[in-house]
Design a binder for this molecule. Structure first.
Ligand SMILES: [Zn+2]
Length: 241
């Protein structure tokens, strides 16, 4: 059974008759980390839907997009969002091989922190001490961050939904599990809707929460961002205070 919810409505709450087994909750840190995950998948979608050149490792490009897009969309919360995602990656600590499309989790986390800190050191300066960034690294990040921000700003501006334009429908859907219902009514569901609706897509984009063992991904076929419940459960185990 599928559950379809318009992200622009988000009216679904827990049923009064729901038992404990039928409810699900996520900590704020898990939801923050997942905002960056959704933004990363939106990065893949932007690259592919608008046929942008892939001038580097696509996973690294999508990570940088996510950090920049979170800063642009939620400037007051970007530090908490990126730190939660970085902490989750450090907790995973996966090391990758020479031919992986990813770099090691520690390096991915460091890049997110570096770019965010560097693009606005006055706002995100706490990250320098929190992650043990020495002055040489901080100077390098202050060099890199504004370049990445400027590069993405120029690209994204071409695809932004104009003010007042009719928004192409974006949907949150998924397997009919408590987690899908929880996310639909949560800050995470709202944040995902804000990020998706800000882009002038050719056609409908769907975010789907599914009962599966994988992680998260963008499927051009159907234009679906999928996040597996097992992936979300892992985040919760790593990040719940
Ligand atoms: Zn990816």
């Amino acid at each position: 059974m599928r559950l379809w919810i318009l992200l622009s409505l988000l009216t679904l709450g827990a049923s009064p008759s729901a038992t404990a087994q039928e409810t699900a909750t996520l900590s704020e840190r898990t939801m923050d980390a997942l905002v960056h995950v959704v933004a990363h998948e939106i990065g893949h979608a932007v690259l592919r839907e608008f046929d942008l050149p892939i001038l580097g490792p696509e996973e690294a490009i999508a990570d940088d997009f996510a950090t920049i897009y979170v800063h642009m969309t939620f400037p007051e919360r970007a530090m908490a969002i990126v730190a939660a995602r970085a902490d989750q990656g450090l907790a995973d600590g996966a090391e990758t091989g020479a031919f992986s499309e990813y770099v090691d989790d520690e390096h991915r986390a460091g890049r997110m922190i570096c770019v965010l800190y560097g693009l606005y050191p006055d706002r995100y300066g706490d990250l320098q001490n929190r992650y043990g960034m020495d002055e040489d690294a901080a100077a390098s990040c202050r060099d890199i961050g504004p370049e990445v921000l400027r590069s993405w700003r120029r690209v994204i501006d071409n695809y932004r939904m104009p003010d007042g334009a009719r928004v192409t429908e974006v949907r949150l859907t998924g397997d009919d599990i408590p987690l899908t219902r929880f996310i639909a009514g949560s800050q995470l569901g709202e944040d995902a809707g804000v990020m998706l609706r800000a882009i002038d897509w050719h056609s409908q984009i769907t975010l789907s929460i599914e009962a599966c063992e994988g992680s998260a991904g963008w499927s051009r076929n159907g234009r679906i961002i999928t996040i597996c419940d097992a992936y979300i459960a892992r985040f919760e185990a790593q990040l719940r205070p």
